[in-house]
Write a protein that binds this ligand. Structure first.
Ligand code: GLU
Length: 452
């Protein structure tokens, strides 16, 4: 007897980004005009890899490795966070930089996409070591970053303090210049915005709210009373839990890297946050069931918010997801194979480039404020963020409906252009969002032209 074993899913993030891109291309206007342009839009412009000696607290010197990828400057200077993570690698950073290009285009902020990563485990590094790593990395990047070239921001395990060190180091290297806009997500005391810390979650909340108003989940018009599970209790997950809770949602489950907790009657988010601050994890919170780290993804809920890291919902667990809507507050939590399995079961995925774009939108406001030497009020920033997120949500929902309506035309056109290619599937929200973003990048590229 022979048994067939399914090939394991390819979880290389850069391959995933390419698959997503390839799904969007058949829906582009003017297919013929895409020859060569698709490659231009997809390939990263600049990939930088640096090694850095840093003295550790024990006196030893350790070599750290870091990356900065500028994916595209077609729509403006590069923009994107820097993460500290033991698994950071060039393909991951390339993928994240590419998503930043699409994200900035989709929410229409005047930036291209970039991303950085330093291979290190921040849990094992003291504050002093993190400071020395950050400063050395900033020096190594040199003029590859700058207020008008590439502007970093926080990402996984970096924060306002990290951004303050980047700003300070860059300023030491460029004395006498107006350096505040070189980095966003800074402390409020040095040109940051109070709203930046919670902006990713706030954006995800505004998007979800508007998605429901637009009929995304038939029969449910507001988040009030909706059951929500959240994976991740870092910056995005923790703020999301508070925001959904304050709006009347029932937070049935949350998790962090150590595990999850579940209570179908709803968790007291404030008490969970205090417990996390005291114990370093949500696990052990009294009165709730304990779950393994990815268990929270599979609990009974209406809205699931993956707010941790990439590749969390894959072909391995997609059929066990019980939510009706997934809001990607993290970058890349759902793989293409999982997208297909979820679509088949009618589960809607609000894609990362829309759902988590609130961070970069508020970064844009911070950058603009710094360029003008202005100070903006938090309520004005939040109102501007709300408008941008609602607008982008409408654009994606409307574009998806239009693509679905004309699917026969797109299929015929694609079959003619690519007779050997498989037929194109019905577009989901991710593909619609990518179509909007990629077309905006393409239009900008064509306006600028190919130099020389
Ligand atoms: N790291 C965040 C992201 O993935 C924010 C980037 C930024 O503010 O530039 O969107």
């Amino acid at each position: 007897m022979t048994t067939t074993v399914a090939a394991p899913e390819d979880l290389n993030l850069h391959h995933i980004v390419k698959q997503q891109f390839d799904r969007a291309v058949p829906f582009a206007d003017d297919l013929h005009g895409w020859r060569g342009i698709a490659e231009w839009l997809f390939e990263p412009e600049c990939i930088l890899e640096v090694t850095m000696p840093v003295r550790l607290d024990d006196g030893f010197v350790h070599m750290f490795r870091g990356y900065r990828v500028l994916h595209s400057s077609i729509r403006g200077p590069g923009k994107g966070g820097i993460r500290f993570h033991p698994d950071a690698g060039v393909d991951e950073v390339k993928a994240l930089a590419t998503w930043m290009s699409w994200k900035c285009a989709l929410v229409d902020v005047p930036f291209g996409g970039a991303k950085g990563g330093v291979v290190c485990d921040p849990h094992l590094r003291s504050a002093g070591e993190q400071e020395r790593i950050t400063r050395r990395f900033t020096a190594a990047l040199g003029d590859n970053i700058g207020p008008h070239t590439d502007i970093p921001a926080p990402d996984l395990y970096t924060n306002a303090q990290t951004m303050a060190w980047i700003y300070d180091t860059y300023s030491m290297m460029h004395p006498g210049e107006a350096n505040l806009p070189v980095v966003t997500g800074k402390p409020v005391e040095i040109g940051g915005l109070a709203a930046r810390d919670g902006a990713t979650a706030q954006g995800a909340f505004y998007v979800t709210e508007h998605f429901l108003e637009l009929g995304g989940l038939p029969g449910i018009e507001t988040v009030d009373g909706v059951t929500v599970a959240i994976q991740g209790f870092g910056n995005a997950g923790r703020h999301a839990a508070h925001l959904f809770h304050e709006a009347g949602a029932i937070i049935v489950g949350v998790s962090d890297s150590k595990g999850g907790i579940y209570d179908p009657a709803g968790l007291d988010v404030g008490a969970v946050a205090r417990f996390k601050d005291q114990h370093g994890t949500v696990v052990g919170y009294p009165g709730a069931d304990t779950l393994p780290p990815t268990g929270v993804l599979e609990v009974e809920c209406q809205i699931l918010v993956p707010a941790a890291i990439e590749n969390q919902i894959t072909s391995n667990n997609a059929d066990r997801i019980r939510a009706m809507v997934i809001v990607e507050a993290a970058n890349g939590p759902v793989t293409p194979a999982a997208d297909d399995m979820l679509a088949e079961r009618g589960v809607k995925v609000i894609p990362d480039i829309l759902a988590n774009a609130g961070g970069v939108v508020v970064s844009y406001f911070e950058w603009a404020q710094n360029i003008e030497n202005q100070q903006w009020e938090t309520h004005d920033v939040l109102e501007k963020l709300r408008k941008k997120m609602r607008r982008a949500t409408e654009v994606v929902v409307t574009r998806r409906a239009a693509l679905v309506e004309s699917i026969d035309t797109y299929r015929e056109r694609w079959a003619e252009a690519m007779p050997d290619a498989p037929p194109i599937p019905l577009p989901d929200l991710r593909t619609a969002a990518q179509v909007v973003a990629i077309q905006r990048c393409r239009t900008a590229a064509l306006h600028r032209g190919v130099w020389p």
